[in-house]
Design a protein around this ligand. Structure first.
Ligand code: ATP
Ligand SMILES: Nc1ccn([C@@H]2O[C@H](COP(=O)(O)O)[C@@H](O)[C@H]2O)c(=O)n1
Length: 217
């Protein structure tokens, strides 16, 4: 097989994007971070002062650029860095639970995977967006380690936070994502679970590259 799709799902800050980006680069595949797409709609929702989501979607255009991983262009403006700020993170699970928002983005994401060669990360990629993906990974890590990793991310970005607060926020967001009605976060039956707690980025990347090599053989 010369072209495959790889789906990487898992809870917040498990390391999905970091690993997906490296795997895509090593295999010369396209990397797509779907969380950033839900964050872009959330930003538009906040900037428009919380309008009806169905109406908001009719004026939304999202483009992804493969630069430095992935840049997100929302209505012709690069919003990539803005998407990680606290107000977006605090509201994204609510926006992502809306049926119209999910239809809109799943449709866009499925178009991106039609020709294969995509490493896509998110919450419902293996279960809903690419149920026929050749390789599915469900990535987890302890909440303590995830909060610590996010704290380091925030420090590097100049975003204020505390590990204790991050732990509570991550657990709360996971709960919302796992219990929503449509496409809740769950491990696909045929996904391989990888616990990244205590593992280095290089070790996890290698493990997935080995699994991908078996599918590509
Ligand atoms: N073994 C590891 N695997 C992946 N990421 C790791 C690992 N060790 C440390 N990290 C760090 O964890 C942080 C969080 O990773 P990342 O943003 O990729 O997670 P994510 O699952 O995509 O999060 P979110 O779903 O919230 O966007 C990054 O700063 C990354 O460098
Ligand atoms: N496939 C996906 C991806 C993301 N979400 C929602 O977006 C939030 C932000 O995702 P990050 O990966 O950037 O943290 C996430 O908490 C989900 O609410 C989703 O529903 N489906």
């Amino acid at each position: 097989m010369n072209k495959i799709n790889i789906a990487i799902d898992g809870p917040a800050a498990a390391g999905k994007s970091t690993i997906a980006k490296r795997v895509a680069s090593a295999l010369d595949m396209v990397y797509v971070d779907t969380g950033a797409m839900y964050r872009a709609i959330t930003l538009a929702y906040l900037e428009a002062d919380r309008p009806d989501l169905n109406e908001l979607l009719s004026g939304i255009h999202i483009r992804l650029l493969a630069e430095n991983g992935q840049r997100v262009i929302l209505n012709e403006k690069d919003v990539t860095d803005r998407l990680r700020e606290n107000d977006v993170t605090e509201n994204v699970s609510f926006v992502a639970s809306d049926p119209a928002v999910r239809r809109f983005l799943v449709n866009l994401q499925q178009q991106l995977t039609e020709d294969k060669g995509v490493v896509m990360d998110g919450r419902d990629i293996g279960t809903t967006v690419i149920p026929d993906a050749e390789l599915k990974v469900y990535m987890i890590a302890s909440v303590d380690e995830r909060a610590m990793r996010r704290q380091l991310d925030n420090e590097a970005r100049g975003i204020e936070s505390s590990v204790e607060q991050l732990k509570a926020d991550i657990a709360h967001r996971d709960h919302l994502d796992m219990t929503r009605d449509i496409s809740p976060l769950t491990k696909a039956e045929d996904a391989i679970e990888i616990d990244t707690t205590g593992q280095t980025i290089e070790e996890v990347t290698e493990e997935i590259l080995k699994l991908a090599a078996e599918k590509l053989a």
